[in-house]
Ligand binder design. Structure first.
Ligand code: SF4
Length: 244
């Protein structure tokens, strides 16, 4: 496949056209992965305007907020989604917790254990989803953090020896555009936004409400000094397609 040309063309397409083309071309080999934050909601709404047969998956880390479970259920009913939920194997979590006297809170012990927790609770379940896909869509946007600004709207990632297209259809949308779309379409957002959260992931202390004026991702892992506000889901090796 000429990934280089495909990436160039898809990068130039507006979100709705891009979503339409991907699901028309790839069908069930494409899926939107979402944690049910605002960008994921907009992507689901855009998709639902033109089709009903699109796959959506989420990752249950075992430490999600109760509000997230309730909201996932409500959105699935609203859009009639056959939501696919991927989670860690119980043995993997048990082995993880046994590595530290902190147990469930082992992420407080060191940055390495925090990354390991994210790997077991997020990346391994995500990998189960990727094994079924040729195109993985995510709600990442470039204005969410300085790191995310370095990503690309369309990438080819190497996964278990084969290429997968990773697409961020709303990569160029600003927070204002997302909020504007939600307002115009009168969409119900995750209830934790009303409690001051600008990013929503695992329960405290991993995700906390935002302080005035700070970048949304700063609400994650506040005790860490590294400043890397990522959990490895978006740290895959990528390629511009030219060499594949
Ligand atoms: S966000 Fe926290 S609880 Fe969730 S997987 Fe990462 S370290 Fe573990």
């Amino acid at each position: 496949m000429d990934y280089h040309s495909l990436i160039k063309r898809w990068t130039a397409l507006p979100a709705q056209d891009l979503l339409d083309e991907i699901f028309t071309s790839y069908g069930t080999r494409a899926a939107l992965g979402t944690s049910f934050q605002k960008t994921g909601l907009v992507a689901i709404d855009l998709l639902s305007r033109h089709r009903q047969d699109f796959r959506v998956f989420t990752i249950d880390t075992g430490r999600l907020f109760p509000e997230t479970h309730a909201y996932m259920q409500a959105i699935s009913e609203r859009y009639r989604l056959a939501l696919e939920v991927f989670s860690s194997d119980a043995n993997d979590v048990a082995d993880l917790l046994a590595t530290s006297p902190y147990g469930e809170y082992l992420f407080l012990e060191s940055a390495a254990l925090r990354q390991e927790c994210c790997y077991v609770r997020k990346v391994l379940p995500r990998n189960k989803a990727l094994r079924t896909l040729d195109v993985w869509l995510t709600g990442v946007r470039k204005d969410q953090s300085s790191f995310r600004g370095t990503l690309r709207k369309v990438e080819v990632i190497e996964f278990e020896g084969r290429p997968i297209l990773k697409v961020m259809p709303l990569f160029d949308w600003t927070q204002e555009q997302i909020d504007d779309y939600i307002r115009k379409r009168d969409l119900p957002v995750h209830p934790l936004y009303a409690k001051g959260f600008a990013t929503i992931g695992c329960q405290a202390p991993c995700t906390t409400p935002s302080l005035p004026g700070e970048a949304p991702r700063n609400g994650r892992w506040r005790w860490e000094k590294s400043g890397l506000k990522e959990c490895s889901l978006h740290l895959d090796k990528f390629d511009d397609g030219a060499g594949i």
